[in-house]
Design a protein. Structure first.
Length: 296
């Protein structure tokens, strides 16, 4: 069984690393937060002294970090200490340009790489049902796919370096905009005297059907497992949705693509976050839509 280095044992990284341990892997892990290191140690991860310690004896190194600057900083630090033949996989969600910089950094030292951001949230990370959107060479993908399959149920090769990040931000631009649209429809229905269940029953079986409605319905009742039935406790926070929408907006600007709905969705989530709701689930945007409607 391969030795796997894992850098970043936060809300997503910790359960992902734990699933690698459960599947028989030897995982060397590090996080800058002591509590995260302690929690992962209880899950069977062998905690090392620093990020470099995760790569020195690893066959595969996985990073799951908050942003572009963290990935580039950590990779600059650890890549020179990796053995030839090691595969680096970054599962963070970062901008496409930075992802390609990370690939180039490792390629300069003969290290194979993949960018493999995820969809599925903390619940998917715990259940090992994540979807991985992967960019990199066919050879690197063939090497990394069996490891990713131990943490998720769907692993899609999206093409060249950086294309995993491109797929992730495009997907989440759809998700952010569709959640706002579903929320607006429910608020409009409320004002017109339509029950939540009636609207759900119609739209979920008609042309308005989408994941934001049928799997993550933003009102209590129709979908028992949605955060709306648990006080909008976050599976995927509004802050993370805003981060991804901003990445999509920046990418669109860089290639001169017109994404008016995506940009407007980013603006709405910016206002929601500024109102103190960053930590709420992103589906709680319906409360913001309702409040704005009440103001007229």
């Amino acid at each position: 069984m391969s030795t796997i280095g894992f850098i970043g044992l936060g809300n997503m990284g910790a359960p992902m690393a734990a699933n690698l341990v459960k599947s028989g892997g030897h995982v060397l892990g590090f996080d800058v937060v002591p509590a995260s290191r302690e929690a992962s140690a209880r899950d069977g991860v062998q905690i090392v002294a620093n990020a470099r310690g995760t790569v020195e004896n690893a066959d595969i190194v996985i990073s799951m970090l908050p942003g572009s600057e963290h990935v580039l900083s950590v990779w600059n630090d650890v890549v020179p200490h990796a053995r030839q033949g090691t595969l680096f996989i970054d599962c963070s969600t970062i901008d496409v340009a930075s992802a390609r910089k990370a690939h180039a950094l490792a390629a300069g030292r003969g290290i194979a790489t993949l960018d493999a951001p995820v969809s599925g949230g903390v619940g998917g990370a715990k259940a090992a049902t994540l979807t991985f959107m992967v960019g990199g060479t066919k050879e690197a993908f063939a090497h990394g796919k069996p490891i990713l399959e131990r943490m998720g149920k769907r692993v899609v090769h999206c093409g060249e370096a950086g294309n995993g990040q491109a797929a992730k931000i495009c997907n989440n631009m759809i998700l952010g905009a569709s959640m706002i649209a579903v929320s607006e429809a429910f608020v409009l229905g409320e004002k017109l005297g339509l029950s939540h269940q009636a609207l759900f029953d119609v739209a979920s079986a008609s042309s308005g059907q989408c994941w934001s409605l049928t799997s993550y319905c933003p009102v209590p009742g129709p979908v028992p497992t949605s955060p709306a039935n648990n006080g909008y406790k976050a599976g995927f926070t509004a802050a993370l949705m805003l981060k991804d929408l901003k990445l999509a907006r920046e990418a669109a600007e860089s290639v001169k693509a017109r994404t008016a709905l995506g940009a407007h969705a980013a603006q709405i989530y910016e206002e929601f976050a500024a109102a103190g709701q960053s930590a709420a689930d992103f589906s709680a945007i319906i409360n913001f839509v309702r409040e704005q409607s009440q103001r007229g």
